[in-house]
Design a protein around this ligand. Structure first.
Ligand code: SAH
Length: 344
């Protein structure tokens, strides 16, 4: 595979063009073209000679869309093919306030959560920052109308564990929030982690105050370890301390994801334990009924159970909401589409 030009920030593009003997305005033209989601060969203001030189060293496009699925609720799911042939997926969810794109950070995942389809084949490789950024640039270009941005919010909740690909993910965050690029505000970006507490602390130091989301899904370490092997390495108490540190550094309230799994984590006892664990903390809990994955035997809690659980948390003084499951008719859950694509 050649290099990915979207890995470069504006200053590096300027240095590159200087090394090729090109004037500075060419760097700007190239950077703007890339920020508009164009492949090198489609940036028409650049001359054929320059494009040929660039294409010797760089991939024309780091990824292309090979399949789009549209849900009745407006959600769109994409399968992307990377330059080396690997497949990743992404989702665009449409809300009143804007469009939220869910990006992948790795091909597959090695965290091994039992409810998740992304981890079925293990981790294949990390994505580079430019491969993550290109998911946003490409989908943004498809949905941009006039000067309106097609993507207003980004969530790092596709395949992969973002903090297991730390350097590339941080570079992506720098580039996607850069004022001279697509310039999405850190406040409109959420990074979700299964709880790599050491990396959560590092992220707190980066000066990019994205919303931090932790996939909790259980109330005790022992129960958590049944579905999330990472619980053997990082205890809930350590994760909570890292969350508090993140809050102290960024001033951002943190969020917990809690997928309701029938017979596993949504009894009255669990609600009480969750209240005990989180009361008084500057956090919010996102409940979601499990998206059932055919390769896994876990079942979703029913709606009645879910609303009972929500009510108990709210009664206990926690800020909590039950998320609707978008795109359930198109394999909305993490990794489902890629898994079914690789199957066929
Ligand atoms: N690796 C990161 C981000 C990717 S997953 C993390 O663990 O947070 C994004 C979210 O979807 C996580 O909260 C994950 O636990 C959740 N998830 C995965 N599979 C799911 C399923 N089948 N149903 C509901 N949520 C699921």
């Amino acid at each position: 595979m050649k290099r990915i030009i979207q890995d470069l920030d504006y200053n590096s593009i300027c240095a590159l063009m200087q090394s090729l003997g090109e004037p500075k305005f060419r760097a700007k033209q190239l950077f703007i073209g890339l920020s508009q989601g164009k492949s090198i060969s489609k940036i028409s203001v650049l001359g054929a000679g320059l494009k040929a030189k660039l294409l010797e060293e760089f991939e024309d496009a780091p990824l292309e869309i090979v399949k789009t699925l549209k849900s009745a609720d407006g959600t769109e799911k994409y399968l992307f093919r990377l330059a080396d042939g690997n497949i990743i997926e992404g989702v665009l969810m449409k809300y009143k306030y804007g469009n939220t794109q869910c990006v992948s950070t790795q091909v597959g995942c090695r965290m091994g959560c039992k409810f998740c389809a992304s981890t079925l084949g293990g981790r294949v490789r990390d994505l580079t920052s430019g491969e993550i950024l290109s998911q946003v640039l490409l989908v943004n270009s498809l949905h941009a109308e006039g000067k309106q941005r097609g993507v207003t919010n980004v969530v790092l909740m596709g395949s992969g564990e973002p903090l297991d690909n730390y350097e590339n993910v941080v570079n992506f965050l720098k580039n996607v929030t850069a004022a001279d690029g697509i310039n999405i505000s850190a406040r409109n970006i959420s990074l979700s982690t299964c709880g790599l507490a050491d990396k959560m602390r590092l992220l707190a130091e980066e000066g990019i105050p994205v919303n931090l989301t932790v996939s909790l899904h259980s109330t005790t370490d022992a129960e958590r370890a049944r579905t999330m092997p990472v619980a053997n390495k990082w205890k809930i108490a350590e994760i909570l301390r890292a969350c508090e540190y993140y809050f102290s550094k960024t001033g951002r309230r943190y969020i917990f994801e809690y997928a309701l799994i029938d017979g596993e984590n949504c009894d009255v006892k669990h609600a009480e334990e969750l209240v005990e664990l989180l009361k008084g903390k500057p956090c919010h809990i996102n409940l979601i009924r499990l998206n059932e994955v055919k390769e896994r035997s876990l079942a979703a809690a029913d709606e009645k159970q879910a609303y009972r659980f929500l009510g108990l948390l709210q009664k206990g003084g926690l800020s909590a909401t039950l998320r609707r499951r978008t795109g359930a008719d198109i394999g909305g859950a993490c990794g489902q589409l890629r898994a079914s694509f690789l199957d066929t």
